[in-house]
Ligand binder design. Structure first.
Ligand code: SAM
Ligand code: SF4
Length: 339
């Protein structure tokens, strides 16, 4: 019999949120995320859409209430709507509270309507600049217009959009207040993210790293920021900007520790379950899925693997502030683990 016991780690934290990377591929090449020339995984290593759905169902049986599909670029996975439609059945049965997506927005004009029809209510869209040339430099692709059209398509389809912006010392530092004003002007939350040392990229991360503690101080020189109590079960802390009336999230993995209340785990597109973005402890669920003799055996083996995973969830990550020329703290790219 498949278990329905909640997933509780050895520090008593209940895991009810899973980020699922559905592909490591992407139509962009953001400088902080990928190298210009990336070698992507062979297709045979990826979980099939059916396998992804099975693992998600196992998590849902064990009390996971929030699923976020990510990547790579989730809307680049062929057949992605089959997975979304399959998972939306758990929304209808109310076993799942929320199915969301983190996307670069380029393909949202095509997908916003179908996503909304499947019961998706919110999407996070990454946008690091409103200036066409700056956007093109960061993403190594000149497609700001598509992303802006994608954001409008999502809003038109009734999806709530949150903007994610990676704070970059050279590329968008001076533009951050304008981005915040723009998002808040449209009634959207925006979250700033510090660059994290994940995977080798072409640039030196010390050149890109911008402390959000410093950004906050700068914003406070002309805006009134009030801390808000709400948390997302994740790393963001939120403030209200009095002058714009909007909510601003700050993700500061390097300068603050946010691990005490962590409820998340992350599944890669190859079926490796990572208990923490910033640590290497993992469990191979693809092996479990493909090794089982039948459906019942597979579900039992998945349960055992999830229980083992809970014992491996670390108390905290061990990111360090970037040191010039140093290897990244974690070798895998964000596009592999799923941001
Ligand atoms: N392609 C989608 C997108 O860009 O939204 C989803 C995947 S992307 C890996 C998820 C988020 O991770 C994006 O907001 C991106 O900006 C962020 N990200 C990628 N690499 C990062 C890094 N090294 N440090 C901090 N954030 C990173
Ligand atoms: Fe692609 Fe997202 Fe990484 Fe940019 S951040 S390269 S859009 S996966």
């Amino acid at each position: 019999m498949a278990s329905s016991a909640p997933l509780i780690d050895s520090f008593g934290r209940r895991v009810d949120y899973v980020r699922v990377s559905v592909t490591d591929r992407c139509n962009l090449r953001c400088t902080y995320c990928m190298s210009e020339e990336m070698t992507f995984l062979p297709r045979k290593d990826l979980l099939t859409l059916e396998e992804l759905e099975l693992v998600c169902a196992a998590f849902i049986r064990r009390g996971v209430r929030h699923l976020r599909l990510t990547g790579g670029e989730p809307l680049m996975r062929r057949g992605i709507m089959e997975l979304v439609n399959g998972l939306s059945r758990h929304l209808e049965s109310r076993a799942l509270d929320e199915l969301t997506l983190t996307t670069n927005g380029v393909r949202l004009p095509e997908f916003a309507g179908p996503l909304a029809a499947a019961g998706v209510r919110r999407v996070n869209v990454s946008l690091d600049s409103l200036d066409r040339a700056t956007f093109a430099r960061i993403a190594r692709n000149d497609c700001l217009d598509q992303v802006l059209a994608g954001i409008e398509a999502a809003r038109d389809a009734g999806l709530k959009v949150k903007i994610n912006t990676v704070a970059l010392k050279r590329d968008n530092h001076g533009e951050l207040p304008e981005l915040i004003r723009w998002a808040h002007g449209k009634g959207m939350d925006i979250t700033l993210i510090e660059t994290m040392p994940l995977g080798v990229v072409d640039e030196d991360r010390t050149d890109q790293f911008l402390s959000l503690t410093d950004v906050r101080r700068e914003l406070e020189s002309f805006w009134t920021l009030t801390d808000l109590a709400e948390r997302s079960g994740g790393p963001a802390r939120y403030v209200r900007v009095a002058e714009t009336g909007g909510r601003l999230g700050l993700i500061t993995p390097l300068t603050h520790n946010f691990c005490d209340n962590c409820r998340r785990v992350r599944l890669t597109c190859t079926g490796t379950l990572y208990m923490c973005l910033g640590q290497d402890s993992s469990v191979d669920l693809r092996h479990v899925l493909r090794g089982a003799p039948d459906d019942a055996g597979r579900d039992a083996a998945l349960d055992t693997a999830l229980d083992r995973a809970m014992q491996l969830k670390p108390k905290a990550h061990d990111f360090m502030l970037p040191v010039r020329g140093a290897r990244p703290a974690v070798a895998r790219h964000m596009s592999m683990t799923g941001g």
